[in-house]
Design a protein around this ligand. Structure first.
Ligand SMILES: O=C(O)CCC(=O)C(=O)O
Ligand SMILES: [Fe+2]
Length: 363
């Protein structure tokens, strides 16, 4: 048994390495017309459940209109967002002020990147997760137990504009425009979320939660055996806040109680979710929910753009933890304090699946 296990392990690593070195990505595999997936993409059977959500859970994720959020309806919007953030950790926003043309152009640009010839995409293929621009199938390919059926381009944007030159030309203009629009929306959402907690609206901005962002363009090609693998395995986001733009191909599911609930694409809407960092800052008021993407059974590729807002540190001397304003003898801190470097190291040292960062900082 031990010998078999070791051999399987060896074969698996060899196959993963060959795939990694070929740099063709999952799209390259899909384009080669395979009718089955290589075995290193097969997930353990316990992860492969709940693919067909129960009818009761369809359209259950809250949808919040931001219309009037700067005027008469603000209190109502704060209340709706607070409820959604506490109970689901996920909601969709409509009337968010970003023009549909911008949404479509952003999705189209990310799709164009992935649909370029392998020879061109190869230049960006990297495994060093600390690079500001990189393209790869599964960031954690070499350390995960099972690979997932999707390719991703990562663009990290800090305060240095020269980083933008490294963004692939085919999507540079659109990614830059998207970053500006989505940052404005994130600022509004953070203010509303702060008000929902009863803290100063500018609090998250003061903590520099808007300064470090990553624009992450996923591409999930048609999968010949979608019941055996995942697009992205179940995880929580380490971010403060995540904003997801999806095309009209469904696949995202959020864990709610015992159910996996589909987050249906709504034309013009954006999906917002609370990340681990905000769950900690809010001392568990807001919830960073487990979610996943199932294998794409449709012929059309699923394209999404996830934008993560992370807290930025200037010199890593500042400790982060539950906001002081929220603590009282009746409501003591649930988490200890930590440096951002520790938080990041925890994230990068694990595979994405089941890396729930909040658990590491619980008191
Ligand atoms: O592509 C999606 O629908 C979700 C992506 C996601 O969860 C992530 O990038 O963390
Ligand atoms: Fe996510």
């Amino acid at each position: 048994m031990a010998i078999n296990d070791a051999k399987m392990q060896y074969d698996r690593m060899k196959e993963v390495k060959e795939f990694d070195e070929s740099k063709i990505g999952v799209k390259g595999l899909a384009d080669s017309g395979v009718s089955y997936i290589p075995r290193f993409f097969v997930h353990p059977s316990e992860s492969l459940t709940g693919f067909i959500p129960s009818s009761a859970s369809i359209n259950a994720v809250p949808v919040v209109s931001l219309s009037g959020s700067h005027s008469d309806r603000r209190r109502e919007v704060v209340r709706e967002i607070r409820e959604a953030a506490r109970t689901w950790g996920f909601f969709q926003v409509i009337d968010h002020g970003i023009h549909e043309l911008i949404l479509n152009q952003t999705i189209a640009a990310i799709k164009s990147f992935h649909e370029q010839p392998v020879e061109i995409k190869k230049q960006f293929y990297r495994r060093d997760e600390r690079c500001n621009v990189l393209y790869a199938p599964n960031l954690d390919l070499t350390r995960s137990k099972a690979a997932s059926w999707g390719d991703t381009i990562y663009v990290r944007l800090g305060s240095n504009p020269s980083e933008l030159d490294r963004v692939p030309a085919v999507c540079r203009k659109e990614v830059v425009a998207w970053a500006e629009h989505v940052k404005e929306l994130a600022e509004t959402l953070m203010e509303l979320l702060c008000e929902g907690l009863g803290v100063r609206p500018g609090k998250l901005k003061e903590l520099r939660c808007l300064e470090r962002m990553a624009v992450v363009g996923h591409y999930y090609p048609h999968c010949p055996q979608p019941h055996l693998t995942m697009g992205i395995p179940s995880h929580t986001d380490p971010s403060v806040l995540s904003v997801l733009l999806q095309n009209q191909i469904e696949g995202l599911q959020v864990r709610h109680g015992e159910d996996w609930v589909g987050v249906k694409p709504l034309p013009g809407a954006l999906v917002i979710n609370i990340g681990d960092f905000l769950q900690i800052l809010s001392n568990d008021e807001y919830k960073s929910s487990v979610h996943r993407v199932i294998g794409n059974r449709f012929w059309e590729p699923r394209t999404t753009v996830a934008t993560f807002f992370n807290a930025s540190h200037r010199d890593d001397s500042e400790y982060y933890g539950p906001l002081e304003e929220l603590l009282s003898p009746e409501r003591p801190a649930v988490y200890r304090k930590f440096l951002i470097s520790e938080f990041k190291n925890k994230f990068f040292s694990k595979e994405l699946a089941d890396n729930h960062l909040v658990d590491h900082f619980k008191l």
